[in-house]
Design a protein around this ligand. Structure first.
Ligand SMILES: Cc1cc2nc3c(=O)[nH]c(=O)nc-3n(C[C@H](O)[C@H](O)[C@H](O)COP(=O)(O)OP(=O)(O)OC[C@H]3O[C@@H](n4cnc5c(N)ncnc54)[C@H](O)[C@@H]3O)c2cc1C
Length: 414
């Protein structure tokens, strides 16, 4: 009656879906993984892979990060540079002891490569790939979830006991089963361009975040890629784009052409692809991530960090939890909304403090004078720089950023 009957359908083979599939396979669970694309495929992104990505990869196989560290498609990244609205640049190295840390704490690699790499790790003993299959509808019935997908121009139906919705920002599982709606206060618009020959890149491949006058209230990034290329982009809250009637592309090109710190560096640079845009569903508020017979992973669950824009790591963390909850549900033959709530608890226990803090910091950054002030002080003061460096590793340290005492100490150089 159905074209496919399966215990588990993973919808989407981005970092969230592939991570879920890999951990299902590790647990010996047969499943189907769908994607409308065939791989390799592009995904509009800043391409920065944080330490959280490395941590999940380590749980898949500790050798992987060493592989990436030496791979020519991956830039090793050792820190971040903030450029304040007044042009002051602040270098924050990731606070790693290089004699202990055997591989780079972060990487930058085109998603074309990274996502294809994740797909290459799918285990065909357990995972049936259904690529070039577009999900068109999802419907709940008492016995399963019915997934309508299009393959070779034909509509077909897959019946699954459990569905892991990992189809990204425009997830049908999030929209149709969980009833999620886009809220422009918790959603950002982003543009990405690939350039080659940008001069003055950081010698240790720091990623650059430019909170400069020309792009406020948004920020522009320049991330170093292999082969003398850079990922250049801009991100801004959708509510701001709307109320201030901002044209993001113009804003970005204007900054690259006119900003004193950028225009020389881009004088001989050449754009190598069209400027492309996509949305970022931010984890600024807690949303429900599960319901009867389904779980939401990564962007489908709106789990992008509102301050850093990091979504790949959170997609992978949630993908791993989704696999674990699915294994339990199958073992206990319990697919009820109540039972699957464990998944929300696990994901938010791991990510919520960080997301909440990032949301607070994101709102602080609305005040350029505050940013200028912190940058001016930090450039002159090593202790402050070291404190900020620790903030990237240590959440308790990052919490200091929202404490009035932090600014009081800065003000009086304490
Ligand atoms: C401009 C921009 C810059 C960003 N920069 C960074 C960054 O530097 N670092 C970072 O960590 N994060 C960044 N992010 C966020 C990051 O891209 C996402 O958080 C991440 O891709 C989420 O992974 P995912 O697996 O949940 O979804 P996705 O990566 O979006 O994967 C979803 C998959 O589902 C498939 N799919 C979608 N719809 C269907 C359908 N109907 N049928 C079948 N398949 C379907 C897609 O083809 C895709 O393969 C950025 C995002 C944007 C927009």
């Amino acid at each position: 009656m159905f074209d496919i009957e399966t215990d588990v359908a993973v919808l989407g083979a981005g970092p969230g879906g592939t991570t879920a599939s890999i951990f299902l396979s590790k647990a010996g669970i047969k499943h189907h993984i769908f994607d409308k694309a065939t791989f390799p495929r592009d995904k509009i992104c800043g391409d920065a892979l944080s330490g959280k990505v490395g941590a999940v990869l380590n749980k898949i196989d500790p050798q992987i990060v060493y592989e990436l560290d030496k791979h020519p498609d991956y830039t090793n990244c050792w820190g971040v540079q903030f450029i304040a609205p007044n042009g002051m640049a602040l270098d924050i190295p990731f606070n790693k002891d290089k004699s202990v840390q055997k591989y780079a704490p972060g990487f930058i690699s085109k998603r074309m490569n990274f996502d294809n790499f994740m797909v290459s790790k799918l285990d065909e003993t357990f995972a049936v790939r259904k690529f070039a299959c577009t999900i068109k509808d999802v419907k709940q019935t008492p016995q399963h979830i019915e997934i309508t997908y299009n393959e070779n121009g034909q509509d077909k139906i897959c019946a699954a006991k459990m569905v892991i919705g990992a189809e990204g920002d425009r997830s049908l599982v999030a929209k149709k089963l969980a009833g999620h709606k886009m809220n422009p206060h918790y959603y950002a618009a982003g543009l990405r361009a690939y350039y080659e020959n940008v001069s003055g890149m950081h010698p240790q491949n720091f990623i650059e975040l430019h909170y400069i006058q020309e792009t406020l209230p948004g920020y522009l990034w320049v991330f170093p890629l292999p082969d003398n290329q850079a990922n250049v982009g801009i991100g801004l809250l959708s509510s701001k784009v709307k109320t201030k009637n901002i044209r993001l592309k113009e804003m970005m090109l204007n900054a690259l052409e006119k900003n004193p710190g950028l225009k020389e560096r881009f004088k001989n640079a050449r754009i190598v692809d069209d400027i492309k845009g996509w949305g970022l569903p931010l984890g600024s508020v807690k949303r429900s991530l599960s319901g009867e017979r389904y779980l939401l992973v990564g962007d489908a669950g709106s789990l992008i960090d509102p301050f850093t824009g990091e979504g790949i790591g959170n997609a992978m963390v949630s993908g791993k939890f989704a696999a674990e909850t699915t294994v339990e549900a199958l073992t206990k033959n319990n697919f009820s909304a109540e039972f699957l709530k464990n998944y929300d608890t696990n994901v938010y226990n791991k990510l919520w403090n960080e997301l909440k803090l990032s949301y607070t910091i994101q709102r602080l950054l609305n005040r350029p004078w505050l940013f200028n002030f912190v940058a001016n002080r930090a450039v002159k003061n090593k202790t402050i720089r070291e404190t900020m460096s620790c903030m990237f590793d240590d959440l308790n340290m990052r919490a200091k950023l929202k404490s009035p005492a932090f600014y009081f100490k800065l003000l009086f150089n304490l």
